[in-house]
Design a protein around this ligand. Structure first.
Ligand code: FES
Ligand code: FES
Length: 157
């Protein structure tokens, strides 16, 4: 067991965990933030995606031994009231079907928009198809990302 000293959603935490415990379980089990989901556990599905410095990171692939001093944002940290442009756009476009993949999808979309404020449909499809939605919500996610991108750019002007 080692002490892990890290920050999630702006709050510093110190927890004890085995070195090979994935960040995903620190977030869910130690911190009780269950919005971040377990899907495949091998870095393929994207259900566990969180942000680090605005970039999407798959939490099942980060061992506890590499977590100290780092800072992450989970779906709970995007906004306290669901007002983040991506969350709002997801509702407005009625993206969600079963919902299991969607926290990871929203975090992936946020990472995309941090890097590319005005992504093409092709780029959106390329990035989002790297994560698995078994309900096939990709077309609605594309619309929601375009909507969120428009809102974020308008706010900046
Ligand atoms: S659970 Fe992490 S990528 Fe699938
Ligand atoms: S909404 Fe069901 S898996 Fe994506």
């Amino acid at each position: 067991m080692s002490k892990i000293d890290f920050t999630v959603n702006g709050t510093r935490h110190v927890v004890e965990a085995d070195d090979d415990t994935p960040l995903l379980w620190l977030i869910r089990d130690n911190l009780g933030l269950t919005g971040t989901k377990f899907g495949c556990g091998v870095g393929v599905c994207g259900a566990c995606t969180v942000l680090e410095n605005g970039k999407a990171v798959r939490a099942c692939q980060v061992p506890a031994s590499e977590v100290s001093s780092r800072s992450f944002v989970t779906i709970e940290g995007l906004s306290s009231d669901g007002s983040h442009p991506c969350q709002r756009a997801w509702l407005q476009e009625e993206v969600v079907q079963c919902g299991y993949c969607q926290a990871g999808m929203i975090m992936t979309a946020c990472g995309l928009l941090q890097q590319y404020p005005n992504p093409s449909d092709e780029l959106i499809d390329n990035v989002m198809s790297d994560s698995v939605c078994r309900c096939g919500t990709y077309p609605r996610m594309r619309k929601a990302i375009r909507r969120a991108a428009d809102e974020m750019r308008t706010k900046k002007q």
